[in-house]
Design a protein around this ligand. Structure first.
Ligand SMILES: [Mn+2]
Length: 292
């Protein structure tokens, strides 16, 4: 690096990985996964990592609400080398990188990319943690609990079903407003708790409490389409009448002090600078980092 140069593609406020720092507090590693091959409707999530990083530069390092300067240990390790059109090979690469990150003590913060990548991350985490002890907190407009989507077992539309197959301790879904009757039946039969935007708007405190009461290790996956399309129009599968950014901010704030073993923000398909979808996605990551 030369004086007066910078690498604009690293997430704002991230720094080079220093192994010596990792002992006292959690160390996070940001990984972009520019992959969107199973997208059903609006493609472009492959550009999510770029636009989310770009949007991250427009935020302050100071959070006025918590009166805190962001000082989380966070290192942006770059993008995964994906195999366009091949989810299986992409997930193999992903699992390899996530495993290496875990060996270095880095907790993955993944920027998507389509939602199916969460499966790759969780599958790899399964090797480090016992997934049977892990709660999955899932923010989404969609349940993603289909056993297959048009015959495909591995798809953005089946990702939570594949994660459920791995027997996590619990799956909690928030923001749900679009599903098939079979998915609702599956959720009810299998102890998957789901809450609609109505539940969240009616009693935000109660929803926060549900998050506060999660015990043990926790993986958080945020499909940005959980937000209303007014706040996140550039998504693979937009669904109206979602929650707003204040509600999501409030829910995320309840992760303070939790043992979060991974966090992803997926389905950002922005195609222009300043797109509100990527701005909100960057904000979610920063809100989470401010809790550290
Ligand atoms: Mn979704």
């Amino acid at each position: 690096m030369y004086l007066y140069t910078e690498n604009p593609l690293k997430f704002a406020f991230s720094h080079d990985f220093e192994e010596s720092n990792q002992k006292d507090s959690p160390y996070f590693g940001i990984l972009g996964v520019p992959f969107d091959s199973t997208t059903t409707y609006q493609p472009g999530a492959r550009f999510g990592p770029f636009f989310v990083r770009e949007a991250s530069y427009n935020f302050e390092k100071y959070n006025i609400f918590s009166d805190k300067i962001l000082d989380a240990n966070v290192s942006d390790i770059g993008n995964l080398e994906v195999v366009p059109g091949n989810l299986e090979k992409t997930c193999t690469h992903l699992e390899s990188v996530i495993s290496s990150m875990s060996e270095d003590g880095l907790i993955p913060l993944t920027i998507g990319g389509e939602h199916s990548l969460s499966y790759g991350v969780i599958n790899s985490i399964n090797a480090q943690h016992n997934l049977q002890d892990v709660t999955i907190l899932h923010f989404d407009a969609h349940m993603d609990l289909r056993d297959d989507y048009m015959g495909e077992k591995y798809s953005h539309a089946t990702v939570m079903r594949r994660i459920h197959d791995k027997n996590p301790s619990k799956i909690i879904q928030m923001g749900i407003r679009s599903s098939s009757p079979e998915e609702v039946e599956f959720a009810r039969k299998n102890g998957i708790d789901f809450y609609t935007p109505h539940d969240i708007k009616e009693d935000l405190r109660k929803m926060g409490k549900i998050i506060s009461q999660i015990d043990g290790p926790l993986y958080v996956t945020v499909d940005i389409d959980v937000l209303d399309p007014a706040y996140a129009p550039s998504v693979g599968t937009p669904s109206p009448c979602g929650i707003n950014p204040e509600e999501l901010e409030s829910l995320i704030s309840h992760l303070k002090g939790k043992e979060v073993i991974g966090f992803d923000v997926v389905e950002v398909s922005s195609t222009s600078i300043g797109d509100v979808t990527s701005v909100n996605a960057a904000k979610i990551l920063l809100d989470f980092l401010f809790l550290q």
